[in-house]
Structures are given as C-alpha cells and as structure tokens.
Design a protein around this ligand. Structure first.
Ligand code: ADP
Ligand code: MG
Length: 682
C-alpha cells in the first residue's frame, strides 16, 4: 500500500535525519526499501574468545566483566572495559569517548564485532561494534549490509532505520508476479527478496534475493521499452528509394570519403534502396565525419522527391549543420530551412506552411521539429544527431512525422551492445572506425592550476600563428563554495588581463539564444580569438581553425565529456592541443585524467571510464528518461537480462494490453510515468 510515506515518520528518523537521508536520495519508505546495500560483511560467524585470531575482523558473544577504566595520556582519554565469555577475556578500547562508559552495565551480554589485536599486553578491540545480544541483531551477529553513506550518517544508524522501514512496511510491499510466473522463472517472492537483500539470513538467500530484484528491474525496463517500441513499430513496408548517381555531389566536396565512410554509406544506401524501413544507428568518434554521411543520405531522399530532416540537441549545433548543409546543397537547387525555438512566430508559421506544402526539402532543427504543429508533406528520412542527448520517446516522435520514414540516428558516444540492444532494440549498427586522413593526434596535457599562466601563454602563441582557442569552464551552481572557475569569472579575469591584446568572447547557458548565436558566429568567422565557454559547445560544433582546448577544473568532468570537448579541436591538419587544468588531485582524478593523455580513441576512453567509475554513472539510463537501474548491471547480469527479455516477450505476445497483469501494469505506469501515456492505458 502506501510506500510513498515520507521517511521522516519512520521510527528512529524524524526531521533532522530525514534531511540527511534526502542527500542520498531517500525521501520515502520506498526509496529506503530500494536503497540496496553496496556490499555485505558476514558477521554471522560467532566465535569463542579463545578462537579469535589476531589482526582479523571477527564476531563473538561476551559479557561485560568489569568496570570501565579511564587513562589520560597527554590529551588522549582512553577508556577500557573488559568482557568475558568463559573461554577468555578481551579488553574493549575507545579513544576520546569518555561518555561511552555510561552505556554498559556489568553482566550484560553483547555481540561484539571488530578487528582483534594484541596491545598493552592484552587481547583487545579498538572501537568495537556492539549490540545487546538480547535485541534482534542488526549490526552484528549476522550478514550485515554496508550502505553508501553521506556526512552525518553512520552505517549503524542507517542500518537501524532500514531495519525499521522493513519491519513497519513489509506487509505493504506488493508482489507483481503471480505464482506460476515466480515458479517458472525461479524467483523468490518480493517480501523475502526485500528483507534478505538488506538483512540476508543466509548467503544463499542473498543470492536469490539479488536474482529476483535484478530480474524484476530488467523485466520492467524491457517491458516498458518494448511497449514504447511496438507502438511506433511499423509493420508496413518502407520507401524504396531509387538509386541516385552521386558522382556530381561527391565531386563537389573538397575531400574524398574515407574507407569507413564509404562502407557505412553503402550500408545506409542499401537500406534506403531496399523496400524495408531503415532503422540504423551510426556510431563514429568525434570528428570522424558523420555529418557528410547524413548529408548524402538526405540528398538521396530529396532527389527521390521526398523531404528529409535532421534534428540536433542544441541550437548552436543545428545552426552549424544548417550552414554546412546550405553550402553543400546550394549548387543542387535543394531548398533547406532552419527550424529552432528562437525563430519569431511569424517566420515560424511561414516555415511550417512551407514544410507542409513541400516547398522545403530539408529541415534542420532542434526539438522544435517534433512539436505537434510541424507537419511534413512527405518526410522520407529523419536523422537524429547526437542521439544520446535525446530520449527514446523523442526519436520515436520524430519518425512519426512521416509515414514509412527511414530512420538514421547518429552518436559519438560508444554504447555497449547490451545497452544498445535495450535502448534501440531493432536498430542495425554502422560504425565509422577511422578518422579522415591528415589528422594529428591532439596533444593532451594534464597540469595543476599553478601552471595555468603558462597554459595561457601557450594559447597566445597559437593565436599569434593565426589559430583560435577555447577555454571551457565547468557549470557551477551558485550555492557551491568550491575552488572552481566559472566561465564569467575566467572571462572577467582574462579579457582585461593576460589576453588584453586579443579578442575574447564569452558564451554560456544563461545568455539569450541570439547572443549565443552572435558570439558563436563571430568565433566561426574568426572575429573572436579565444572563446570562454561552459559546456554549451560540447557537442558537434565545428571550427577547424581552433587548435587549443583549455579545460578549467578538468577534474569535474566525466571522461566521455572531456573527450567530446577535446573533439572541438583537431578538426583540420593543424597540430592541436588540449590542456586539462586540475584544481584538485585525488588518485582517481589522476588516473582518470591520465587516460586522456594516453589515447584519443573515444571507445577506449569510454571503456576506461567505465572501468574506473562503474557503469551505473557512465550509462545512467536516467539521461534517456527511463527508470534507473538500482541493482541490475547491464554488463555483469547479461544472463538475467536475457531471461527477463524472454519473459517479457511471452507476456506481450499473450496480453499486449496487460489487462490480465494489472499489478505489473500499475508498477510499470508508476516507473515510466508519462512515457507510456496512450500506450497501455487504454
Ligand atoms: P562528427 O563525426 O564529429 O560529426 P563532422 O561531421 O563534424 O564530425 O566532421 C568533422 C570535420 O571533418 C568536418 O570539418 C568535415 O568537413 C571533415 N571531414 C569529414 N569527412 C572528411 C574526409 N573524408 N576527409 C577530410 N575531411 C573530412
Ligand atoms: Mg557531429
């Protein structure tokens, strides 16, 4: 029933702790139930004192055997209390916690856990974890959960809270699978699973609980995705485009396609010339030349008297595509138009009218393209650039703008096969695994902030050679009191300072679209030498004359993001440079940033990032607008993923509306919220 109850009202919580719990994402009872342990400590093996081994963490049961003794050594207060179990004695030791002695009474029995050592001529445990043995054991004497914590929250407190949450609410947790299903897929029931994922009775039950919960997560995610996909899946035949002679178009380019580009182009054209609907994912590292492939595919569609459209995640990128494509197409009498959010209503209405009449062949735009009032006359091909920035739903809506529209989605983010399968399901995949010739490796350096001045001097040298530079700063929330440089601060510091003889521009998310565009165009035109910016320039922007990328507070960026940013330079035959300035230097930062100096290969970088940070953060499904995976791991749990997929297919085949599976349906609607609107509600 009501698992949405605020956590504050659970025994042992209250308003103050509720605030702390909020920091780790626990606001309701349900959040707490799904706050799965990151690890476990098996403290179930209760030893006798004479079996204890020195230097190992162990658990034993013993009684308080004497009064507390206190020693002062310089400023240190040492408290010692002896315990006994009939086989021997152990001294419990605390430092600077004089009040601790008041907690214990002679003769009381405790379960005690800690690292056993030999000090001051005695067997002892420093800072032991203790619980009265007559109480139910939460923190020791069992397999104990270890949770991710935050400031002001200890394992012990959190464990007790979650223990109470479970006891108070276990009866309200609803089973979504029926008996037959549970038996068929070897799943334990949800109540046992929740209880034992937090407080496992045995290792075996822990395993079964994990299995059950992982299965359920995959099951719901895939069921939802399948419903979304099926809704938009077309069982009709696709457009059979007539083959187009590309000689003239290709001759108009100032370069020759790379082998990899030719290969993926073949794959795409094969789809288009066949009668089937194209559903293709084009992956290629930053700078590998995806745009021209999109341009050729759209050319083919237009030569076949169809409309084509390309959607980009930001206005800057859309404008840039528009400019590039405009140049490419102008000799071929192709009518191309830009549709973004910042266009005036009057102009917008004109454009919409022309799109509807077929007076426009190619529409380049942002999310604006998928708005309701945009109607195409005959959209034959839709292309999404930087697909990872869009949700599944948006891709599907775009396709719906036409009838049997061919779909091409492009991304520079390498996606592991399993995730690609889940997110894109029926997509075929093409990969550009080669950069255009003549590209030099972008020389990358990691420096500490004390060398910042030198980095800036380096920038000046490049500008003297006629090149341009980016200085990228992290996004900083106003409330943050940290040692980080915001774009505004850096800009104000340098345009009158070290770069006073040069033209410096500033661009950030808070500016109006018009201002952003103006600055960006000035940079493209070479009116600006140094562009200070936030990550608004992250995706796709192409200014080949820019050769230096300086990134302030590089430690605050993800590797994939750094790679995207670095990809803004090295877009010509000039040698390019990337300078990562780190303001704090933990081991993990060092390790991560070092990866950037070692390789320019986006796939390798993604792999490393994954290794260092774990897949949860890297491929947070959240960015796709989908429910997050809290326990399942798309790499480690592939076998369970497959089984869940199979069970999903079975359910969909027999009960597409889920009317015979109302608990599953309810849970699905809760997790996917509006994403399933109109799909399974009716
Ligand atoms: P991305 O794959 O990151 O979207 P772009 O399509 O923006 O890359 O291409 C990056 C740059 O490489 C552009 O300036 C483009 O004109 C150029 N380019 C693309 N293909 C080739 C090629 N075969 N030879 C030389 N330059 C190319
Ligand atoms: Mg691109």
């Amino acid at each position: 029933m009501n698992l949405d109850k605020p956590i504050q009202y659970v025994k042992g919580v209250g308003p103050r702790r509720a605030n702390i719990l909020k920091k780790i994402g626990i606001e309701t009872v349900n959040d707490a139930l799904e706050y799965y342990p990151k690890d476990y400590d098996n403290r179930s093996n209760i030893m006798k004192i004479d079996e204890l081994k020195i230097d190992e963490k162990q658990t034993f049961k013993a009684c308080i055997a004497g009064n507390a003794r206190e020693y002062k050594v310089r400023r240190l207060t040492i408290t010692k209390i002896p315990v006994k179990d009939g086989t021997g004695a152990v001294e419990l030791i605390w430092y600077n916690q004089p009040y601790i002695k008041n907690n214990f009474k002679l003769g009381e029995e405790y379960i005690i856990n800690g690292k056993v050592s030999y000090k001051y001529g005695q067997i002892c445990i420093e800072n032991p974890i203790m619980e009265k043995s007559e109480l139910i054991n939460v923190n020791t004497g069992r397999i104990v959960p270890i949770y991710k914590l935050t400031d002001g929250l200890s394992q012990k407190v959190l464990r007790n809270i979650i223990f109470n949450v479970i006891n108070e609410n276990i009866d309200n947790i609803e089973e979504i699978f029926d008996e037959t299903f549970l038996r068929k897929y070897n799943l334990i029931n949800i109540k046992d699973a929740i209880r034992n994922i937090h407080f496992p009775k045995t290792e075996d039950l822990l395993k079964k609980s994990k299995y059950r919960l992982i299965f359920q997560e995959f099951f719901l995610l895939q069921l939802g995705l399948n419903l979304i996909k099926n809704k938009y899946k077309s069982f009709r035949d696709g457009i059979k485009f007539n083959p187009i002679d590309l000689t003239e178009f290709l001759r108009s380019l100032h370069f020759k396609l790379t082998n990899a580009q030719e290969r993926v182009l073949d794959e795409i054209l094969n789809d288009m010339y066949s009668g089937k609907i194209m559903n293709r994912l084009l992956q290629g590292d930053v700078g590998s030349g995806k745009t021209i492939i999109a341009a050729i595919a759209m050319y083919v569609a237009v030569m076949n008297k169809y409309q084509a459209s390309i959607m980009a995640p930001t206005e800057i990128l859309a404008k840039q595509h528009f400019a590039t494509l405009y140049e490419l197409y102008k000799k071929f009498n192709i009518k191309i138009e830009l549709l973004t959010g910042s266009i005036s209503t009057k102009r917008r209405n004109e454009i919409l009218e022309k799109i509807k009449n077929g007076d426009i062949d190619i529409v380049v735009g942002t999310h604006s393209i998928i708005e309701d009032n945009v109607k195409f006359k005959n959209l034959g091909l839709c292309i999404t650039d930087e697909q990872h920035r869009f949700g599944v739903h948006q891709r599907a809506m775009f396709k719906e703008k036409g009838k049997q529209t061919d779909v091409l989605v492009m991304t520079a983010t390498p996606i592991p096969r399993t995730l690609a399968l889940m997110l894109y399901g029926d997509l075929d995949i093409s990969i550009i695994d080669e950069l255009p010739p003549g590209r030099k490796k972008i020389e990358t350096y990691v420096i500490s902030s004390s060398l910042r001045e030198r980095a800036y001097k380096f920038v000046i040298n490049e500008i003297k050679k006629g090149r341009q530079a980016y200085i990228v700063c992290p996004l900083i929330e106003e409330s943050e009191v940290i040692n980080a440089k915001s774009a505004e601060i850096v800009y104000n510091e340098i345009y009158k300072g070290i770069f006073k003889d040069y033209k410096v521009g500033l661009i950030h998310g808070g500016m109006t679209q018009n201002d952003k565009n103006r600055i960006m165009y000035d940079f493209v035109d070479g009116q600006i030498d140094i562009l200070v910016s936030t990550t608004v320039i992250e995706v796709g922007v192409n200014v080949p004359n820019a050769t230096v990328m300086v990134i302030e507070n590089a430690e605050r960026f993800g590797l994939a993001q750094l790679h995207q940013l670095r990809g803004r330079v090295g877009r010509s035959t000039y040698q390019s440079y990337c300078i990562l300035i780190a303001y704090s230097y933990s081991d993990i930062t060092k390790k991560r940033l070092k990866v950037m100096t070692e390789t320019n290969d986006g796939f390798k970088i993604a792999e490393k990032d994954l290794e260092i940070r774990g897949p949860g953060e890297f491929f947070g499904v959240k960015q796709h607008g989908l429910p997050e995976l809290k326990i399942a791991n798309i790499f480690e749990d592939i076998d369970i993923l497959k089984k869940a997929q199979k069970s999903v297919e079975e359910i969909i085949n027999n009960d597409f509306t889920l009317n015979a599976h109302s608990s599953i349906k309810n849970e699905l609607l809760k997790q996917f919220k509006d994403k399933l609107d109109g799909i399974i509600l009716n």
